[in-house]
Write a protein that binds this ligand. Structure first.
Ligand code: PLP
Length: 393
């Protein structure tokens, strides 16, 4: 048999600290390895598999669409793309239009382009981002991500990004610098330690932005698509952003990115584009995801499962208070702040030995991003395994 690990090491660029556990299929929040081990998945492929693995409706939708037409190009009308845009706008309640791309960084790239176009007339182009933010790995979105470790290589970066230590500092910078056109942030920082921004400062930021014609640009790539318990974390925070970026969970595993904006007439034909963006495959998958999750939310099940998850987080933090310092995040985007990085690394390793997948985040945080459709048994089973992992530390 081929030695897949060796082939991977020989032929794939070394950009990931890859674990060579070989998963071959999944069902719901469970993943199975080629040698028959069953894992509970508290990662959903870093927030992507919103319906879990092998969801029947999503599989049927994708198969059906594949049998009709995978792709046609944005030169033509794409039924599922138009319907998805309408669906996102109606579900969000925001009066916006949508541009579709293929990934999170592309959604943010489009957000940055909208801001720069918007600022052109008033000669404003600068965008403020927040310390510990993560907005992607293209040259522009790396520049937007306010973390020194992301700027070690690849210079020169495009100018026009200013970094703020927190929201009040962002407001201060914007007051002084008349070239600022937007403030871009994650309401719940994903890579930066699952840090949920304080609600009152977000409301005052919104007020400042509206009063000063500064664009409020919300990166919901990780927090969006019901991960916060609502379609968007922006709804949890009760704000009206000018620009919203989405990706990850939107099509449940099919690559898609979306940028929504209230600046509905900002683009003219030729200003922006994407070959694959919003093609029939990804947008029909996304329509299915929204269908399933909207019903799930309206049935009350999502809130119930989040409450179950929450109770487990509270009791495990209490039981292991020498290791776990705090609980963070909202809904199904949660963090456990661990006493130090070394212990965090050990927990992730031990969890894998106990057949549980969890993630690391910044600030010594254990990150939990289960599938949105995770059920009671899977949650209980996952926390049992997490408890065993913690006992073995
Ligand atoms: N923005 C946020 C908040 C993210 O969490 C990520 C990915 O982790 C990105 C942007 C970049 O998304 P992608 O990896 O799809 O380009």
């Amino acid at each position: 048999m081929d030695n897949l690990e060796q082939i991977d090491r020989d032929y794939i660029f070394n950009t990931y600290a890859r674990d060579y556990t070989h998963f071959s299929y999944g069902i719901g929040a469970k993943l199975y390895t080629s040698d028959g081990r069953e894992f509970i998945d508290f990662t959903s492929g870093i927030g992507v598999n919103s319906l879990g693995h092998n969801n029947k409706k999503l599989v049927e939708t994708i198969s059906h669409q594949a049998s009709k037409m995978l792709h046609i190009s944005n030169l033509f009308l794409i039924e599922s793309q138009a319907k998805l845009a309408k669906r996102l706008v109606l579900l969000s309640g925001y009066d916006m239009k949508v541009f579709f791309s293929n990934s999170g960084l592309e959604a943010n790239e489009c957000a940055i382009k909208i801001a720069r176009l918007y600022g052109e007339k008033t000669k404003r182009y600068k965008i403020i981002t927040l310390q510990n933010s993560f907005h992607g790995r293209s040259i522009a979105t790396l520049a937007a991500s306010a973390q020194d470790k992301l700027h070690k290589h690849f210079a020169p970066f495009p100018s026009g990004f200013l970094y703020a230590s927190d929201i009040s500092n962002a407001i201060e910078i914007a007051k002084q610098d008349k070239e600022v056109v937007g403030i871009m942030l994650e309401l719940i920082q994903g890579e930066g330690g699952i840090y949920a921004m304080p609600k009152d400062s977000i409301k005052s930021l919104e007020r400042f932005c509206k009063e000063n014609d500064v664009l409020l640009m919300i990166d919901e790539i990780q927090s969006g698509i019901y991960r916060s318990g609502e379609l968007l974390a922006s709804q949890v925070y009760d704000i009206k952003p000018d620009i919203i970026s989405l990706a990850k969970g939107l099509a449940g595993g099919v690559p898609v990115g979306a940028t929504m904006s209230s600046k509905k007439n900002i683009f003219e034909a030729g200003d922006h584009g994407s070959t694959f963006g919003g093609n029939p495959l990804s947008t029909s998958a996304a329509l299915c995801v929204l269908d399933v999750l909207e019903k799930y939310k309206n049935s009350g099940r999502l809130d119930k499962m989040i409450a179950v998850f929450d109770n487990h987080l509270k009791s495990i933090s209490k039981e292991f208070n020498g290791i776990i310092k705090d609980i963070s995040g909202i809904g199904f985007m949660r963090g456990l702040k661990i006493r130090d990085d070394e212990t965090l690394g050990n927990i992730v390793k031990k969890a894998r030995e106990h057949n549980l997948l969890v993630l690391k985040s910044g600030n010594s945080t254990l990150r939990l991003l289960p599938p949105i459709l995770i059920n009671n048994d899977e949650i209980n089973d996952g926390f049992k395994r997490l408890k065993s992992a913690l006992e073995s530390i």
